[in-house]
Design a protein around this ligand. Structure first.
Ligand code: ATP
Ligand code: MG
Length: 413
C-alpha cells in the first residue's frame, strides 16, 4: 500500500486522557481510534494486525479440531435464568442489558457459555455425538469499572472463546492438555512466548485450578509467582502453603512479576450442561450430563500486550507474524526522479510477488519519514536513496536497529 493513499495519519501526541502505553502508541500510529474510554475502533493498519492475530488463533484452534461458528451478541434471558446467572450479583455489575419494545429482557453478550450450551443441546443426544469442540470470534460487552489499560481492557472487545464437550472427566482432561498446547503455540507465534507463563489460578466447583496465560509486563494487573525451570507460575490469588506443597514448589525460590492475563482455560464440568439440559445417552442407555471446558483469548488484549512488551522509546515493534506489513519502503528521493523511479519499481515488484509492503511515497522530510517508520514498527525498513543502489539497498531491522545491505534481487527472493 502507498502511504500517500492511507487515510490515517500519525500524530506526535496521544490524547491527554490516554494513560496506557499500548493505546498511546496505537493511536499515535493511526492503528486505532478511541471512541471513548474502554471503546476503541480498528483503523486500516490496526485491522491488518488484528486479522493476522485472528488467523494464527484460528489455525491453532482448527488444529485441535475446533469447529468455527458465530453466535449472536443479543442474548435471550432464558438460558441465563436457567443457570441463575441472569440476576447474579457477580455478573450484574459488568452486564449491559436491554429490552425489546414489548419489555422482553435481552442481554448483550459478556460471555457465551449459556446460549452455546443451550444450542448445543439441540444437536447432542448420544455418546456417539461426542466429543467435539467449537469456537467463535465474537464481540463481548462488559461494563468494566476501570478501563485504564487501553485496548487490553475494553468495554467492547472481541474474544475467541472455545468450548469443549466431552463424555467424561478423562476425556475433558485430555482435551484440556491439547488446548493448553494450542495456547502455547499462539503466544509463541505472536512473539510473547518467552515471557508468557501457564499460571495456576482459581478453579471452580469442578476443578481445583484453572490456568491463565500470564505475560510479564509492568502494565499488568496481576501478580504471579514464577518457577522458570518448569515454565509454570501461580497467581497470587491462589498462593497458599497447601497449593505450594501440592505443586512441589518452594515460595522463596519463586520469582514474582506483574503480568497481563492474555488467555485462560477452564474446566467447567457439568456446571452449565446440567441446568441447560445438555445430556447424552451413554453406551448403557443412561442419561449423562456433558462435561465441558471453556477457553478464552481476548484479541485486543493480546494485541495490546504485544505492544506493551515489545515496543521501545521510538514506537511499536511488531513481530513479523502479526505486523501490518513486513516491509516499509521509504523513498528518500527528495525530488530525484531516478531514485523515485527505483523506489516505485521496487514497491511494484515486491507487491506483485505478494509481499506485504507499505511504501512511504509521501513528499516529506527524511527525519519525519524515519520517525513515522519507527513509530509504526514494521519489521524491515528499506531505504531507497541517491546514496544507495539496487545492488546494495539499506535494510534496517526495526527490532534491534541492525542495518543490512541487500540487493533488489535478494529482496525479491
Ligand atoms: P480479567 O481477569 O482480566 O478481567 P476475565 O478473567 O474476566 O479477565 P474471561 O472472562 O475469562 O476474563 O475472558 C477470557 C479472556 O478474554 C481473558 O483471558 C482476556 O484475554 C480477555 N478479556 C477479558 N476481559 C477483557 C476486556 N475487558 N478487554 C479485552 N480482553 C478481555
Ligand atoms: Mg481473570
Amino acid at each position: 500500500m502507498r502511504q500517500s493513499q492511507l487515510f490515517t495519519k500519525t500524530r506526535r501526541e496521544a490524547p491527554k486522557d490516554e494513560v496506557a502505553k499500548n493505546a498511546q502508541l496505537l493511536i499515535r500510529g493511526g492503528y486505532v481510534h478511541k471512541e471513548m474510554a474502554g471503546v476503541y475502533s480498528l483503523l486500516p493498519l490496526g485491522l491488518r494486525v488484528f486479522k493476522k492475530i485472528e488467523h494464527i488463533i484460528r489455525e491453532e484452534m482448527n488444529a485441535i479440531g475446533g469447529q468455527e461458528m458465530s453466535f449472536s451478541v443479543l442474548q435471550d434471558d432464558a438460558s441465563w435464568k436457567a443457570t441463575e446467572r441472569w440476576d447474579s450479583e457477580e455478573v450484574s455489575e459488568i452486564w449491559f442489558k436491554t429490552k425489546l419494545h414489548g419489555g422482553t429482557d435481552l442481554g448483550l453478550a459478556f460471555t457465551h457459555e449459556e446460549p452455546i450450551t443451550r444450542a448445543v443441546a439441540n444437536h447432542v443426544s448420544s455418546y456417539k455425538d461426542l466429543p467435539f469442540s467449537a469456537y467463535h470470534f465474537q464481540s463481548k460487552f462488559r461494563n468494566e469499572l476501570r478501563a485504564k489499560s487501553g485496548i487490553m481492557r475494553g468495554r467492547e472487545f472481541v474474544m475467541k472463546d472455545l468450548y469443549s464437550f466431552s463424555r467424561t472427566q478423562e476425556e475433558l482432561d485430555s482435551f484440556y492438555e491439547h488446548a493448553a498446547e494450542a495456547y502455547e503455540n499462539v503466544f509463541k507465534r505472536v512473539g510473547i512466548g518467552s515471557v508468557t507463563f501457564k499460571t495456576f489460578a482459581s478453579g471452580g466447583v469442578f476443578s481445583k485450578f484453572s490456568h491463565e496465560y500470564q505475560t510479564i509486563s509492568d502494565a499488568g494487573e496481576d501478580l504471579i509467582y514464577i518457577d522458570r525451570s518448569q515454565g509454570i507460575a501461580i497467581n497470587e490469588e491462589v498462593l497458599t502453603d497447601e497449593v505450594l506443597n501440592e505443586l512441589g514448589l518452594v515460595k522463596d525460590a519463586l520469582e514474582t512479576a506483574k503480568t497481563i492475563e492474555v488467555g485462560n482455560i477452564f474446566k467447567l464440568g457439568t456446571k452449565f450442561s446440567e441446568p441447560l439440559g445438555l445430556m447424552y445417552k451413554d453406551e448403557a442407555g443412561k442419561e449423562q450430563p456433558v462435561v465441558m471446558g471453556s477457553y478464552g483469548i481476548g484479541l485486543g488484549r493480546l494485541m495490546g500486550t504485544v505492544v506493551e512488551v515489545l515496543s521501545d522509546e521510538k514506537g511499536i515493534v511488531w513481530p513479523e507474524s502479526i505486523a501490518p506489513f513486513t516491509y516499509h519502503i521509504v523513498d528518500l528521493s527528495g525530488g530525484d526522479e531516478t531514485v523515485k523511479q527505483r523506489a516505485d519499481d521496487l514497491y511494484q515488484a515486491m507487491t506483485a510477488r505478494g509481499v506485504d509492503v507499505l511504501y512511504d511515497d509521501r513528499d516529506a522530510r527524511a527525519g519525519e519519514k524515519f520517525a513515522d517508520s519507527d513509530l509504526l514498527g514494521i519489521p524491515y525498513r528499506i531505504v531507497v536513496s541517491a546514496k544507495n543502489s539496487d545492488d546494495a539497498l539499506e535494510v534496517v531491522r526495526r527490532s534491534n536497529g541492525e542495518v543490512l545491505s541487500m540487493s533488489r534481487d535478494e529482496l525479491l527472493g
